[in-house]
Every structure is written in C-alpha cells, then in structure tokens.
Design a protein around this ligand. Structure first.
Ligand code: AMP
Length: 400
C-alpha cells in the first residue's frame, strides 16, 4: 500500500487544528479542532469524511495530551498515526524569519532555528514547536515538514522588506518586514492565474486576504514583491481586532501621556483595535446588519476599513505597474459582497469594473466578479491553506 496521506497540523497557543488529506484523490478523510487546551473546559471536535462529527469535552492538559486525543479519534476511523498510508505530517509554522524560504523537512537543526526565532514571534513559534515535538515523539520515523507563513514573502526586495530605521539596530534585533499569511497568498495567487488560464509567471496579482486577520500582497509573476504585514501581523490593513498601520508615535504618546504599559498597548493594538475597537464588533456580518439598521458607529468602522483597503490597492497598483487581477479571499473576502463592492468603487480609471450581479452570487468556487470589458480581472478565490501545506509537504516528503 502506498503512503498518500498527509496530516496537516496547525498548533496555536491553546488549540490544535488538523486535517488529514489524501493526495491521491484530494479527499479529506478527517478534520477537527482541539480548543482551550490547558483549561477544564477543553473541547475536541472531530469530523470524519461523510460521518457524524464527534465531540469530547473535559480537561486536556497540554499539546501532548491534545495530539494523543486526536490520534485516538483518527484511530477510531481506521486512520491512526500508525497507518501505513500516512506519508508525512505538515506543520504550519508562523515565523521562519529570513532563514526559511521554502518548506523544510524538520530535524534538530531546523527545530533550533525555529526556536531562535521566538523573539520575533513570541506568541506563535513556541506553540508551533510544541506541536512539532509532540508529533515527532509520536511518530519519530515519519517525515515532518515545516511550512512557514513567512516563506512566500522572502522574495520581497530589500526596498520593501526594510524599515527606514538605523540599519545596525534593525539587524541586531532582526527588525524587518517578514509578512504573514504567506501560504494563503501563494495558493490564491497561483489559483488566480489558473482562473485566468495563465501560468503564474505571466500574471501580476494583488491578493487581498481578508479574514479576522487581514493582509494584502503584490505578486509579480508568481513572486511576492510586497505585503502589508511586517515584523509582526500588526502592520497594514484594518483587521478584526488589530489596528493595522498607525503612526508609531501613538505608542510613545500612550506610554507618556496615557501612562500605559508595553503589555497594555500590545493588547490594545492587537486585541482591542480594528473593527472591534471602532464599533464593538469584529464580525463583518454583524457590522453589515448594524449598518442596515442605520448604526453610524458601524458605518464609520466599515468606512475606515474600506479606506485602508483602497489605499493598499492603489499602493500595490503602483508597486506592480501593471495589474492583471485582484483576488479577494478568506472569511470577509469570500463572503462579504459589500466589502468587495466598496473596495473597488471609484477605481474604474484603474481598469477595475465590477459586475454587481456576479459579485452578489454566493458560491464556494473560484469565480470572476468583474465585467467582461474590465481591464483588470476581479476575482473571488477561496483560500485553502491546509491543501497548500499538504501539497508542499507531500512534494517534499511523499514517496512519489
Ligand atoms: P477567517 O479569519 O478567514 O476565518 O474569517 C473570519 C471572518 O470572516 C469573520 O470574523 C467574519 O467577519 C467574516 N465572515 C465570515 N462569514 C461571513 C459572511 N457570510 N459575510 C460576511 N463576513 C463573513
């Protein structure tokens, strides 16, 4: 029996998301989520293909226990980690710094480097490492591959990747623009080229990944040349709970005049800003509902969100010089027609002509939403980070 399955693991600080994909036919035999690890009320939800979802609640102490619980659930469906059909495990790793430009088979040296990057990703890399170590302990003989959120952006030129601060200070502390959501930007930019019937090398695409976290990227001929997130995911667009761009002096001001601590400001900008800070809601559905009821605060939050988005479209248009397509993806980008409409409204002179009827269609597939005579194609392209991680993992570690 040939090994054609890949288990994709996305380990967060208190959660593990997983999907088992079969690369032979693209099916997903199982997927699930463990939440609130370390609490009394931990929950595991496991959904086998074509079967009923199973839920388990009760304390799951740590990632080790969480992965063992996942392995138990998979085993119940005959999909256990000891299955000869399992080819590899693919791990999402948030920060690969400048070092990791491609997916990488994990060994001790790779683990040490991911660990060395903890200071630039204090929230994410430790959880990713725990997930990897636990999975390696469970199946030491199986290839385990790290797929980095930053890798796709390592092609950015220095002119886009550097902040204009003292070079020695920047280099001493590895301060530069890394970008995130790279797996999604890579997948969506390629899928957009495919939708246009072209090779990725032939097209320039602006990808707008609008989820709870949000980022834009400028992709020239399949290579990222700029992206909106920076040293951390805080920079760039207005997000669900993050401010995105602001004058860095806001921070000094809040420290000096507002007497706020570093941690308080960190929480303010990452967790209490963006849409939730502006209007108390971070779900675009709720914001649209409030706007429909005449809520001014929700309307202002929406307008600020759109204003920033438009600025990035304009900026990346200028960076690319020629744009063939703009692709909307992730929770908001795939589902919120009013956001897409507002984002490109008034950009007709840039060659962007939206078709309102196509934009209103709800579908799960990649689709065009621009008019036939639009110089720039506008598209909705659902992202699939798990498939991308599995594909990259299998290409590197599968027995093909
Ligand atoms: P993601 O981070 O990609 O899972 O996106 C999550 C976000 O997508 C939510 O916070 C919502 O703001 C947004 N979203 C999901 N479904 C819809 C929908 N049907 N209409 C508008 N926004 C949506």
């Amino acid at each position: 029996m040939s090994a054609t399955r890949v288990l994709v693991l996305n380990s967060g600080s208190s959660s593990v998301k997983y999907q088992l994909l079969d690369m032979r036919d693209g099916s997903r035999p199982a997927q699930g989520l463990v939440e609130r690890i370390g609490e009394q009320s931990s929950r595991l939800k496991h959904t086998p293909l074509g079967g009923e979802a199973r839920e388990r609640t009760g304390p799951i102490a740590d990632h080790d226990a969480a992965l063992k619980a996942v392995a138990d659930e998979l085993a119940k469906d005959g999909l256990g980690l000891d299955s000869p059909e399992l080819a590899a495990i693919g791990h999402r790793v948030v920060h690969g710094g400048k070092t990791f430009t491609e997916p990488t088979v994990i060994d001790e040296t790779v683990l040490a480097e991911i660990e060395r990057l903890i200071p630039v990703a204090p929230l994410h890399n430790p959880a990713n490492l725990t997930g990897i170590r636990t999975a390696m302990a469970l199946r030491p003989d199986l290839p385990q591959v790290a797929v980095f959120d930053t890798a796709f952006h390592t092609t950015m030129p220095e002119s886009a990747a550097r902040y204009a601060i003292d070079v020695e200070t920047a280099d001493a502390h590895r301060v530069r623009r890394y970008g995130f959501h790279g797996t999604s930007h890579a997948y969506v930019s390629r899928a957009t080229a495919q939708l246009l019937g072209k090779a990725p090398e032939e097209v320039n695409v602006i990808v707008l990944h609008l989820g709870n976290g949000a980022s834009a990227s400028a992709v020239r001929g399949g290579r990222c040349v700029d992206t909106s997130m920076g040293l951390t995911p805080l920079e760039g667009l207005v997000m669900g709970t993050r401010s995105g761009d602001l004058d860095p002096a806001v921070i000094f001001h809040l420290m000096r005049v507002g007497k706020m601590s570093t941690d308080e400001i960190d929480t303010l900008l990452n967790k209490k800003s963006g849409l939730i800070g502006l209007c108390g809601d971070n779900d675009m559905r709720e914001i649209r509902r409030r706007i429909d009821e005449g809520d001014e605060q929700a309307k202002l939050a929406f307008d600020i969100y759109i204003h920033r988005l438009k600025k990035y479209i304009g900026a990346y248009y200028a960076v690319l010089g020629r744009v063939d397509a703009i692709a909307f993806t992730a929770g908001v980008g795939e589902n919120a027609a009013p956001v897409r409409e507002a984002a490109v409204a008034g950009l007709e002179e840039l060659g962007l002509l939206l078709d309102p009827e196509l934009n209103a269609v709800r579908a799960d597939e990649a689709r065009l939403i621009s008019r036939a005579n639009s110089r720039v194609t506008i598209a909705v392209v659902p992202t699939d980070e798990e498939l991308e991680i599995a594909t990259q993992t299998y290409a590197l570690a599968g027995d093909n």
